[in-house]
Ligand binder design. Structure first.
Ligand SMILES: NC(=O)c1ccc[n+]([C@@H]2O[C@H](COP(=O)([O-])OP(=O)(O)OC[C@H]3O[C@@H](n4cnc5c(N)ncnc54)[C@H](OP(=O)(O)O)[C@@H]3O)[C@@H](O)[C@H]2O)c1
Length: 246
């Protein structure tokens, strides 16, 4: 389905990003695997991808730093000559109620989750406009749609990602570039592993499918948005949340 395509995935050494990298590779895409600090995990994922018979390029870089993002995009372009797909997945949380939230708790989340995605969009857009095609997939969150107590910073960043997705879809629609967002609900990763059992059980009561999602659940939807099957879809936010938000 994605044979010979070049796909960049940010934050692909663990969690949802790792599952996306493995899924796209299994469909034949060559993978540019970005990580920030998880070097050992990145090497393990890269080795797994190589076994699938596709090419993999591992690039260290902090997405909140525009120079490092430009290096990521340029390195991918030099190696593969084309960038068909970018999945802006990397993200962080620093949850606390606003009464306790420090200015740096807000700024650091915005720097990575919002400015980081902007840096990727800014750097990849000229390449995709020149080649006249591309699939941009931004990982937002249902929290960016409905909000969540204790996540003012995170919700603002993820709502911002949805705004950027829709704006860019309107800017780039005439250039053969699709821009969509995926909004996961509760997915089992390191990010949600810190939630207590009581919180998890309460959360499940509000999910019609009565369970948390897996990283593969998100990866499957990303694969669809990266493929030609979604060629008439742009500017959309697809929730992968077991029906939690509808
Ligand atoms: N899990 C959920 O329930 C859930 C729900 C909704 C949305 N999401 C979103 O899904 C995405 C992935 O989440 P996850 O659950 O897989 O999280 P995770 O397991 O905590 O992994 C986060 C990933 O982001 C990378 N990252 C963080 N800061 C970075 C930076 N400045 N530059 C480059 N990479 C950076 C990390 O790389 P290193 O380890 O190399 O530092 C890591 O690979 C995030 O955008 C998150 O907000 C998750």
């Amino acid at each position: 389905m994605l044979k010979g395509k070049c796909a960049i995935i940010t934050g692909a050494a663990r969690g949802i990003g790792k599952a996306i990298a493995l899924k796209l590779a299994s469909l034949g895409a060559n993978i540019v695997l970005n990580y920030r600090s998880s070097e050992d995990e990145a090497k393990i994922v890269a080795a797994e991808i190589e076994k699938m018979g596709v090419e993999v390029l591992t690039v260290k870089g902090d997405i909140s730093n525009l120079n490092e993002v430009e290096n990521l995009i340029n390195t991918a372009k030099e190696r593969f000559g084309i960038i068909d797909i970018i999945v802006n997945n990397a993200g962080i949380t620093k949850d606390t109620l606003i009464l306790r939230m420090k200015e740096e708790d807000f700024d650091s989340i915005i720097d990575v989750n919002l400015k980081g995605v902007f840096n990727c969009l800014k750097s990849v857009t000229p390449v995709m406009v020149k080649q006249k095609h591309g699939k941009i997939i931004n990982i937002s969150s249902v929290v960016g749609v409905v909000g969540n107590a204790g996540q003012v910073n995170y919700a603002a960043s993820k709502a911002g990602v949805i705004g950027m997705t829709k704006s860019l879809a309107k800017e780039l629609g005439g250039r053969g570039i699709n821009v969509n967002a995926v909004a996961p609900g509760f997915i089992e990763t390191d990010m949600t592993s810190t939630l207590g059992d009581k919180v998890k059980e309460e959360a499940k009561k509000n999910i019609p499918l009565k369970k948390f999602g897996t990283t593969e659940d998100v990866a499957g939807v990303v694969a669809f948005l990266a493929s030609e099957d979604s060629k008439y879809i742009t500017g959309q936010v697809i929730n992968v949340d077991g029906g939690m938000v509808m």
